[in-house]
Design a protein around this ligand. Sequence first.
Ligand SMILES: [Zn+2]
Ligand SMILES: [Zn+2]
Ligand SMILES: [Zn+2]
Length: 138
Amino acid sequence: MQKPEGQILKDYDLRTTTSRSAILRLFLKNSFALSYSDIEREIAATFDRVTVYRTLKTFLDKGVIHKVLDDEGSLKYALCSDPCSTHEHHHEHVHFKCTKCGHTSCLDEVTIPPVRLPEGYTADEVNLLIQGVCGKCQ
Ligand SMILES: [Zn+2]
Ligand SMILES: [Zn+2]
Ligand SMILES: [Zn+2]
């Protein structure tokens, strides 16, 4: 069972605001990653751009959500399932893009194997996207 959004905000030491609750609810409702326009489509009537951007940034900084890159080149966001904290995201899992339903989701249990970089290179973020057909569309 997912925790209600009010509890999640509390766990992350975030004050509950209507925009935070609404955006968090969207993530809880959908099991796949959401792009900015997905979010905007759902709540643009209620909140302005700046509020949405600011809320997403807060969630990213706090470790509530993480970035997901997919083949469209657009940035998407998904909930962090492991306890992530401010500026520290601990999970390095595979993302899966389904070519049938078009959804990109986190495969939390599938970890990205360690990649050895050439000397002088440091990685800040690791993203691995696998494309194919998801379990629901199979
Ligand atoms: Zn995270
Ligand atoms: Zn699918
Ligand atoms: Zn993910």
